[in-house]
Write a protein that binds this ligand. Structure first.
Ligand SMILES: Nc1ncnc2c1ncn2[C@@H]1O[C@H](COP(=O)(O)OP(=O)(O)OP(=O)(O)O)[C@@H](O)[C@H]1O
Length: 196
């Protein structure tokens, strides 16, 4: 369903990676691993369609994602390094912004990341791990075929990492695909690895 075909990426004059290919069927998961600067975040940006590869193509169900970027944007959830929260809005209001775009219920999404008790706090007072959990709550709002996750568990305590397990499993059981860049273990069984 998601295919990377002979992807190469240049940053400035430097080749970050070249000739990388993989194919992921419905329900599959891929871990992007490698040293700092190896190109994990860059690969996620290419898979999201935000960055064009120097060579190669990303295909969804056999069609180049570059042919219809807005259709690709609609099918994905891209969680970058930044949590992209509005600090003055409450925890619930931050999620309502995304619910207005994608649909879904705010309360169960907050419960999925154990943030329901903090729903009325302004996002600016959250700890860094709580901010990450609020970003992750977007995944629980409404289904999307492709999750691209950049270091999803950074800053999370052990219980919060464990809570990612059922979220990821439910997404994959419904045919969703996950690609995650990480240095840390994730609760993601039956996962392929691409070392960059
Ligand atoms: N906008 C840019 N202009 C030039 N070089 C860039 C740019 N963005 C990233 N790079 C370079 O591309 C390479 C890959 O960066 P990337 O962020 O993808 O690495 P990473 O594997 O995610 O690293 P980390 O483990 O530190 O998060 C790095 O050498 C980085 O300096």
């Amino acid at each position: 369903m998601l295919e990377a075909r002979e992807l190469s990426c240049l940053r400035g004059e430097r080749v970050v990676f070249a000739g990388r290919s993989f194919a992921l069927p419905a329900g599959a998961a891929l871990l992007l691993t490698g040293a700092n600067g190896a190109g994990k975040s860059t690969m996620l940006r290419i898979l999201s369609g935000l960055l064009r590869p120097a060579e190669g193509a990303v295909l969804w169900r056999g069609g180049d994602i570059a042919a219809d970027p807005s259709a690709h944007a609609m099918r994905l959830r891209y969680l970058s390094h930044q949590d992209a929260l509005k600090p003055a809005l409450t925890v619930a209001e931050n999620l309502e912004l995304f619910a207005a775009l994608w649909g879904g219920e705010v309360e169960p999404a907050l419960e999925a990341v154990a943030l329901a008790p903090l729903a009325d706090l302004p996002a600016r007072v959250l700890s860094s791990g709580q901010k990450r959990r609020l970003a992750l709550a977007r995944l629980a709002l409404a289904p999307a075929a492709l999750w691209l996750l950049d270091e999803p568990s950074t800053g999370l305590d052990a219980a919060s990492v464990a809570r990612l397990g059922p979220l990821l499993a439910a997404h994959r059981a419904a045919g969703g695909i996950v690609v995650a860049a990480t240095h840390l273990p994730l609760p993601l069984p039956d996962v392929q690895e691409l070392r960059l």
